[in-house]
Design a protein around this ligand. Structure first.
Ligand SMILES: Nc1nc2c(ncn2[C@@H]2O[C@H](COP(=O)(O)OP(=O)(O)OP(=O)(O)O)[C@@H](O)[C@H]2O)c(=O)[nH]1
Ligand SMILES: [Mg+2]
Length: 311
């Protein structure tokens, strides 16, 4: 499925900062004033995938295409947005179409960045919960209900693993359901300018094993119950695709091409781990490790699939 995720939150929560970090480009203006974002921005982001990289090293195709997520950054939502307060309302329609919501919640300290609440207490649990409620109410009144939501606490860069932040995350999950995690949007945005090695070093210094964006995308996958399968197009193009768990080989074929579903005959399948161990598709076939599956086969996470298509 072509996954799409909308970023919502109060003005100045750091939505565009997070969006830029995800897009790895400064597409949206960010500023310490509310309603910086007016028109929505969209970015198609390739999902970092180690297995895909390894598969690509093995197959050496002309082209490698990661699975992708479209992120949409909209204007901040304020109290009364559903009645036309602020700017967010007119873009709620955009949010109705997405598969999941990333709800940015400010907990970072920065006296230059204003908050709706004049007595804003950075990092306070009450404040975070109150902020969330304001936005959730507007979403509900705007007829956006029951969407899978990931709450992103936008924290000061040194606080990603703080106990107090972990506590807020627990409370959010308890109170609102969905997923929650802490990210420093500002830090992730600064990563745009760094080489991968430098990023790793930086994260290590902060005591964090994995960048926030990867963690966010993983959570989105979990929340939406998605898995990844791969196609190699006879060695020409290695391609990662996302699919809902429990879907069949026929559904997977339809993801790749509508004609593939129409003219489906069989699917040749091997798990990516096994293929990497074996060394090549040809060898895997010779050794009988590539299975032939029919249209009702339930696709597993990490399956590499070659579809056999009729005329
Ligand atoms: N210190 C700090 N500042 C941040 C962080 N994230 C965002 N900011 C700053 O906060 C301000 C607002 O960020 P934006 O990304 O523009 O916020 P937004 O939610 O898109 O705001 P609107 O589009 O106006 O609704 C900018 O000046 C950012 O640099 C953070 O994690 N730490
Ligand atoms: Mg913005």
């Amino acid at each position: 499925m072509a996954l799409s995720v909308g970023i919502v939150g109060l003005p100045n929560a750091g939505k565009s900062t997070l969006f830029n970090a995800l897009a790895a480009r400064r597409l949206a203006e960010t500023a310490p004033r509310p309603f910086t974002t007016i028109d929505p921005h969209e970015a198609v982001v390739g999902i970092g995938d180690e297995k895909l990289e390894k598969l690509s090293e093995l197959v050496k195709p002309e082209k490698t295409v990661p699975a992708s997520v479209t992120f949409i950054d909209i204007a901040g939502l304020v109290k009364g947005a559903h009645k036309g307060e602020g700017l967010g309302n007119q873009f709620l329609a955009k949010i109705r179409e997405v598969d999941a919501i990333v709800h940015a919640v400010r907990t970072f300290t920065n006296p230059e960045v204003s908050h709706q609440n004049l007595s804003y207490q950075p990092g306070s649990q009450e404040q975070a919960l109150e902020d969330i409620e304001i936005v959730n109410l507007e979403l509900e009144l705007g007829e956006i209900k029951g969407k899978p939501t990931i709450y992103v606490l936008n924290v000061d860069e040194g606080k990603i693993k703080d106990d107090s932040i972990n506590q807020i995350i627990k409370e959010i999950k308890k109170k609102f359901g969905g997923e929650a995690l802490a990210i420093s949007a500002k830090l992730e945005e600064e990563f745009i300018d760094l080489e991968p090695e430098e990023r790793k070093e930086y994260l290590k210094e902060l005591g964090v094993e994995e960048g926030g964006l990867n963690r966010l995308i993983k959570k989105a996958y979990e929340l939406l119950g998605l898995i990844t399968f791969y196609t190699i197009k006879g060695g020409k193009e290695v391609h990662a695709w996302s699919l809902e768990e429990g879907r069949t080989a026929l559904d997977a074929a339809g993801e790749v091409h509508t004609d593939f579903a129409k003219n489906f005959i069989k699917a040749e399948v091997i798990n990516v781990g096994e293929l990497l161990l074996t060394g090549s598709w040809k060898e895997a076939k010779e050794k009988g490790k590539v299975r032939l599956e029919g249209r009702d086969y339930i696709v597993q996470d990490g399956d590499v699939i070659e579809f056999k298509i009729g005329a």
